[in-house]
Design a protein around this ligand. Structure first.
Ligand code: KG4
Ligand code: ZN
Length: 339
């Protein structure tokens, strides 16, 4: 254990958001800047990794300086740096890690490498009024991951189940593409779903009885594709809102059922959800309803802390720096890893 760093600079570049945040004493957010490339990638219908890396190179210094300015701080005031080390797009991660290393080395500041999924799981501690205690069952639902964890402490995280194929966010993005909707699919599908009938289509819910806490969304995506093709071939009118509502409900049914099942199986009374898909209002509503029914308490960070951000990196990094978990100058990024 080393001295707790007073001010931590968090840096996030794992995908298509360049983000920086400053955190005081591990729980007071002083600034949280996010520069999104979403409009650029939307033109291509998804993230183009090479463009993402180049945009991070262009933005990162500006974003970090903006975060310092908003916090009313200078770089010399920073006591430790936390950077996303993985998983994510290698080219994007390398930009953040190289920048963070350069800052840390030149100024002699400690540097720690954060697992992006671990950070999503810990984002709930950014909400100071409603932080959960341990243990909790955590559902991480993002564009690249869908997993359930049992969390007994900041560094006591046990994987209970994960997706065998597509992540939930990926399913939203792929179904949006099928429907000719823009990238990213989650926000647009959830908006259209509000006007649709969730009973219009009965899409499959993969239960996986042998590993009931695992997920599978590729069959659902195929079922949507087949339903859309069938309607188009028959010359009937495709009500996109109904497809969106029925698809969204199928994803949410599975996420909610398995999360509650995990909490019951593990005799844990607190549930946390995180990651970009956890910003979905219907998922938040259904989780709240089902947790209440089962006598479980629920904590979902506000949408800003569910989608990619550097505040969660600074928070997780603060705990790592306190434990002396430092990165050396030869540290590399990792593209895939489960925790
Ligand atoms: O956590 P995140 O910002 O980045 C990753 O780590 O992947 O998650 C991005 C994913 C995308 O797939 C996006 O479509 C999905 O989160 N998403 C949503 C919503 N907002 C973002 N999915 C469903 N409903 C939403 N409101
Ligand atoms: Zn993420």
């Amino acid at each position: 254990m080393t001295e707790a760093p007073e001010i931590v600079l968090g840096i996030e570049t794992s995908c298509d958001e360049t983000a920086a945040a400053l955190l005081l004493k591990g729980n007071r957010l002083l600034s949280n800047v996010i520069s999104s490339q979403v409009d650029i990638h939307a033109e291509y219908g998804g993230i183009v990794p090479e463009i993402a890396s180049r945009k991070h190179v262009e933005s990162i210094d500006f974003v970090v300086k903006k975060a310092l300015k908003q916090a009313g701080l200078a770089f010399k005031d920073v006591n430790g740096i936390a950077v996303t080390q993985g998983p994510g797009l290698v080219g994007s991660l390398v930009v953040g890690l190289s920048y963070a290393k350069a800052c840390a080395l030149s100024a002699g500041k400690p540097l720690t490498g954060v697992n992006h999924i671990h950070a999503h799981l810990m984002a709930c501690f950014l909400e100071r009024e409603t932080t959960p205690g341990f243990p909790f069952v955590g559902l991480v639902v993002s564009g690249g991951h869908t997993s359930l964890y049992r969390v007994d402490g900041f560094f006591h995280v046990e994987l209970l189940g994960s997706t065998r194929d597509d992540a939930a966010g990926e399913a939203f993005d792929k179904v949006a593409k099928i429907l000719g909707l823009p990238y990213p699919g989650g926000p647009v599908i959830s908006r259209l779903a509000e006007q649709g009938n969730k009973e219009a289509f009965r899409f499959p819910r993969a239960r996986l009885p042998e590993t009931p806490l695992d997920f599978s969304f590729s069959g659902l995506k195929t079922a949507v594709l087949q339903a859309v093709q069938k309607i188009k071939a028959s010359g009937q009118k495709l009500v996109i809102e109904d497809v969106c509502a029925s698809f969204q409900e199928a994803v949410i049914d599975v996420l909610v059922t398995k999360t509650i099942e995990a909490a019951k199986q593990h005799h844990v009374s607190q549930v946390v959800a995180a990651g970009g898909v956890a910003s979905n209002m219907r998922l938040r509503e259904r989780l709240a309803m089902e947790c209440k029914r089962e006598g479980l308490s629920l904590m979902v960070p506000r949408p800003l802390f569910c989608t990619d951000n550097a505040a969660m990196i600074a928070l997780t990094g603060y705990h790592q720096l306190k434990e002396g978990m430092l990165l050396g100058p030869d540290a590399d990024v990792f593209s895939r890893i489960a925790i």
